[in-house]
Design a protein around this ligand. Structure first.
Ligand SMILES: Nc1ncnc2c1ncn2[C@@H]1O[C@H](COP(=O)(O)OP(=O)(O)OP(=O)(O)O)[C@@H](O)[C@H]1O
Ligand SMILES: [Mg+2]
Length: 273
């Protein structure tokens, strides 16, 4: 394990003693000072993520969810507290999927999907093979030579997911990745993503405003308070495995009870924000 930044505050290599954790965040506090005004984005956030664990993060708009992901990714280094992450992850094996697909419009879909492999020095023939295989896996076979503007929104988002999964990251940070999709497409992409996750078992932090999605996908739902974001509560999602389709899960009493619990934790935060 190594600390990813703010070394002066973080002498211990594994301050929580969290054993096999892939990521350990302890007392993370972030302020911004736009135009001299102080915004407290996150306060004393502590969170541990195990290897292969899938957690979702819900909370009111502006409570610091994206900021939290950016700190973990090493994109924002001005914070106090400790963020301890397995050393190999930061260098090679971290994936980030954003709400809007970040495909390069001048590259074909297959070249977009292969980008992460190219950056990691994989040779051309192998990266095209692996990109083609992953495109097939997410239902994009036949669109290898299309350009992003020739795909539907759902297809573009599947291409974005493929672009991340193709290099098999151990940790994937997802910031409302399916937020812009219509309900049917979203359900299909969720189901697909969950089945690939089950095969590859990366650790995932998945930010969403969709409570059904937060429960359907994750093993643990973390509910944050309004700004400054703190962790309000965590709920284990003990639904029977393998999970039924997102279109059917609302028939499950356990799911309904969890949905009620997540909403109960969240509603006062939304009302106050
Ligand atoms: N680079 C920045 N400069 C100044 N303020 C920022 C910056 N990034 C985030 N903030 C502020 O920090 C707070 C948290 O922002 P963040 O984007 O993390 O929220 P969020 O929980 O992801 O919200 P949403 O659900 O709307 O995406 C907000 O008040 C935002 O205005
Ligand atoms: Mg955000």
């Amino acid at each position: 394990m190594s600390n990813i930044s703010a070394p002066e505050q973080n002498a211990s290599p594994d301050p929580s003693g969290s054993g096999d954790a892939l990521l350990d965040i302890s007392d993370l506090t972030v302020h911004f000072r736009p135009g001299g005004r102080r915004i407290d984005a996150l306060r004393n956030v502590s969170l541990t993520l195990g290897r292969g664990e899938f957690v979702s993060l819900v909370g009111p708009s502006g409570c610091g969810k994206s900021t939290l992901l950016r700190v973990v990714a090493g994109l924002h280094n001005d914070y106090s507290g400790t963020v301890t992450i397995d050393e190999t992850i930061r260098e090679q094996s971290l994936g980030f999927v954003f709400q809007r697909d970040a495909l390069l419009p001048w590259k074909t879909v297959i070249d977009n999907v292969a980008t992460g492999l190219q950056i990691r020095g994989v040779g051309k023939a192998e990266r095209r093979d692996r990109a083609r295989e992953m495109m097939d896996r997410v239902g994009l076979a036949g669109f290898e030579n299309a350009y992003p503007n020739q795909l539907s929104g759902g297809m573009r988002q599947r291409a974005s997911v493929a672009r991340t999964l193709v290099y098999r990251p151990s940790l994937i940070l997802m910031d409302e990745p399916f937020g812009a999709l219509d309900a049917q497409t979203k359900g299909q992409v969720q189901e697909l993503f969950l089945s690939i996750w089950d095969e590859m078992r990366p650790s995932v932090i998945f930010v969403t405003h969709d409570l059904a999605e937060s429960i359907y996908l994750a093993e643990r739902v973390i509910v944050m308070s309004g700004r400054p974001g703190t962790i309000k509560t965590e709920l284990d999602v003990d639904l029977p495995e393998p999970r039924t389709s997102p279109f059917e899960i609302w028939k499950d009493d356990k799911y309904l009870s969890l949905h009620g619990q997540v909403w109960d934790a969240l509603k006062s935060e939304i009302e106050e924000s």
